[in-house]
Design a binder for this molecule. Structure first.
Ligand code: SAH
Ligand code: SF4
Length: 412
């Protein structure tokens, strides 16, 4: 989609279909599935009924084979198989960290690669989902930003990560299960899932890419993930993280409605311009105004400010105090997530010392704002925040600088 005010630097291109001539149903809206069936020759009434059944099989039961869709007439199943597929991304590698974090390198039908990460905790399991192959932005501390090749992921490729995680974790219901559409209180969804022993309870759009530069596909995918007759994840259990694409933030709140996380990382123009170059386009004031106006933000649903701790760059007591002042000035219902910098080969920064991070956190807590320190997860398999990058090549410093310049120029 075209972002108002600048030229979207992403070239999406045409993605070849995974099923050859067959249509992959994953990622289509409910209505899209119905329309596809109608186009293939079913009459309107039959298409509507079959679409409902197929939707339930794909997203509630995790079935990929039309032959296993037992409430669809036997004679119809080969007809479906000839015309459609229920695709999954190809798993290139799957790794498990010594802390239990799991990372998958996935390949799209065109061979482009992207990563997803699952982070198990005692009380929840979070899937970190990618929205793009690479990222056109070039935050100086982020490995993904050093990737030259970038394309948007399609809705099916985004929701496909969730389906694949469910496959890998063995989390599809085996017997019959009440449809979660029967559950009225959204907060009960969680109980519904954990009662079923599910590990995957939360989704964060914090993998590779800037989700608000791929708004339509991310929205389409999250609508499917939230659909009550399918994966049925509550919007309260989904968080979208943006580096600050201000013109798209209100729409994200209105049209998707999930929790918002904002990669703030610095409290003055000089430092944020350097580490989050998008700041040169949408400055801190504009960003915080957009946060204050974010639909749905209140004390019960606070905006998370992500703040990467970089030694001698953004980690002083004065920075912490300024962060508090800004949050108060804009009256933001906010919490701060302090992320110890995760290193990667060639990264130009170091992580602040544990004592510095603790002191920074304490100053914010003392002002009445929650500022937990995120425990790095999956560092040994390069699965931690900002370490994702699909190609194993190690660019030189000069190459990294050149890529940064190119991306900066594309930002306009
Ligand atoms: N593009 C989006 C979402 C993906 S990044 C965004 O930038 O918000 C998820 C979080 O990890 C962001 O807050 C990002 O700034 C942070 N991050 C990136 N590189 C990191 C690194 N090397 N160490 C710690 N956090 C990092
Ligand atoms: Fe892109 Fe986010 Fe990495 Fe910045 S931090 S380069 S926006 S993925």
């Amino acid at each position: 989609m075209q972002i108002p005010g600048h030229i979207d630097p992403v070239t999406t291109g045409t993605v070849p279909l995974r099923g050859g001539n067959r249509i992959d149903l994953v990622g289509l809206t409910r209505d899209g599935v119905r329309a596809a069936l109608e186009e293939a020759g079913l009459d309107a009434k039959a298409a509507k009924l079959r679409a409902k059944q197929i939707w339930h099989w794909i997203y509630h039961r995790g079935v990929t084979d039309f032959d296993a869709m037992t409430d669809i007439a036997k004679a119809m199943r080969p007809w479906l198989t000839e015309r459609f597929i229920v695709g999954r991304p190809t798993v290139v590698t799957a790794q498990v960290s010594n802390d239990g974090t799991r990372k998958w390198l996935l390949a799209a039908a065109d061979g482009q690669e992207y990563e997803m990460v699952f982070i198990p905790d005692a009380d929840r399991g979070t899937l970190c989902v990618s929205s793009q192959v690479g990222c056109t932005l070039n935050c100086r501390f982020c490995h993904t930003g050093t990737m030259r090749l970038v394309r948007n992921l399609a809705a099916g490729e985004i929701v496909g990560q969730v389906l694949l995680a469910r496959d890998a974790l063995g989390e599809w219901p085996k017997g019959t299960m009440a449809s979660s559409a029967d559950i009225e209180d959204e907060d009960d969804d969680a109980g519904h899932y954990t009662a079923d022993g599910r590990m995957l309870t939360n989704i964060v759009m914090m993998g590779m890419g800037e989700p608000l530069y791929n708004f339509d596909e991310v929205k389409g995918a999250l609508k499917i993930v939230m659909d009550g007759d399918g994966l049925a994840l509550s919007k309260r259990r989904i968080t979208l993280s943006t580096s600050g694409v201000v013109p798209m933030m209100a729409r994200a709140g209105e049209e998707i409605g999930v929790n918002l996380a904002v990669s703030l990382h610095a409290v003055n123009k000089e430092v944020r311009d350097e580490i989050v170059p998008l700041n040169r386009k949408y400055g801190i004031e504009q960003l915080l105004e957009a946060c204050a106006a974010y639909p749905g933000a209140n004390n019960a649903r606070r905006i998370t400010f992500e703040y990467v701790m970089l030694k001698d760059k953004n980690d002083s007591d004065a920075d912490a105090r300024e962060l508090v002042r800004l949050i108060k000035q804009y009256r933001l219902p906010a919490k701060v997530n302090l992320i110890p910098f995760n290193p990667w080969p060639g990264a130009p920064y170091e992580c602040s010392s544990p004592e510095r991070v603790r002191a920074f956190s304490n100053l914010i807590f003392e002002a009445g704002i929650s500022a937990p320190i995120r425990t790095p997860r999956g560092r040994d398999i390069m699965a931690a925040c900002g370490q994702l990058k699909s190609a194993a090549t190690k660019p030189t410093r000069a190459e990294l600088d050149r890529i940064a310049e190119e991306k900066q120029a594309a930002l306009g």
